[in-house]
Design a protein around this ligand. Sequence first.
Ligand SMILES: Cc1cc2nc3c(=O)[nH]c(=O)nc-3n(C[C@H](O)[C@H](O)[C@H](O)COP(=O)(O)O)c2cc1C
Length: 252
Amino acid sequence: MILFFSGCGNSRFVAEQLASLTGDSLCQINPAETEPSVSLSDGEALGIVCPVYAWAVPRLVRDYIVRLSAKCKPSYCYLACTCGDNVGRTPEKLEKTMCSKGWHLDAAFSFVMPETYINLPGFSLDTREKENGKIAAVRQRLPYVAERIKQRAKVIDVVRGKMPRFNTFVMNALFYGAVITDRKFRVTDDCISCGLCEKVCPLHNVKLVDGHPKWFGNCTNCMACYHHCPKNAIHFGKATIGKGQYVFPNKP
Ligand SMILES: Cc1cc2nc3c(=O)[nH]c(=O)nc-3n(C[C@H](O)[C@H](O)[C@H](O)COP(=O)(O)O)c2cc1C
């Protein structure tokens, strides 16, 4: 069983590919579910596929795992996380969550994919060429990772980057405390009231009010509303102006 969360499609793609290569079933994480549960057959693996936010699994995914119950303890748990650059000590932080449930993270794999976070000065999308290069490399890596999962390999195979401990255990808390908010989202006159922003928000936090999107405070800054908008009419303060959009699969 693969549980996945995705804002802009990268992690959805990885989850779908791993499901097809391993024969595992796929289930989208619904953060609103108060008592989620999985029923695993004997020896079935439990995979978590999601983006990395500030060098850790998104808090909503972590909280979901804390609430998750399984009739029998998963015999093999793995994380397949997507990132723009690197993941720091994401696996070790998730292992702490797993441990608190009496579970264990047996393996972790990272997939470097096109960047989606652009809400701060200095953060921008990859060039189209770089996006395509990253996706091509991920397509090549997927069969290898699926094979390792089928072998029940116990391995941490991730790109950690510089200062991984500091990023995961210090920067992550600062990021969630000071940066993640939906108060800066706004919509321009280019909005055509299509409602796509409402449809793609994985937290159901965007609603059209009088034909225009409004955000209701339960946001993880996945940027799905911004990147999917067909008119690029959604912005995060002034930080996103002129930075372009990306959704998997990127179109030529
Ligand atoms: C809020 C936020 C925080 C992010 N933090 C990181 C990070 O710490 N390291 C990194 O390499 N990429 C980071 N990224 C980039 C995403 O992890 C990456 O683009 C991911 O593939 C997006 O997955 P999705 O399309 O399934 O939402 C971040 C993106 C967002 C939206």
